[in-house]
Design a protein around this ligand. Structure first.
Ligand code: SF4
Length: 83
């Protein structure tokens, strides 16, 4: 797989390749720096039922929720702090 270009703008990226890189990044994120699988699944379940989610991105913070939910220090970006 080609290394992602760090200087490319979204408009310059192949959308399929970008998504693939993102999924690879999530898959390979170090186990000692991520929440447990159970916590991760619960967080994403909450996001999936949240009206702020659109195309994998949280409208409150602009993050990809699958990335945001990985990290123990992160929290829901919504006003109600759902997770
Ligand atoms: S507001 Fe919270 S629950 Fe909703 S999509 Fe954003 S991070 Fe997820």
């Amino acid at each position: 797989m080609r290394k992602p270009c760090r200087k490319c703008l979204l408009a310059q990226l192949d959308p399929d390749e970008y998504t693939q890189n993102l999924l690879e990044y999530i898959k390979n994120y170090p186990a000692d720096k991520r929440v447990s699988e159970e916590v991760y699944r619960k967080r994403l379940e909450i996001c999936q039922n949240c009206p702020e989610l659109a195309g994998g991105i949280c409208a409150q913070c602009g993050c990809y929720v699958e990335l945001r939910a990985l990290k123990p220090s992160m929290y829901c970006a919504g006003v109600k702090k759902l997770w």
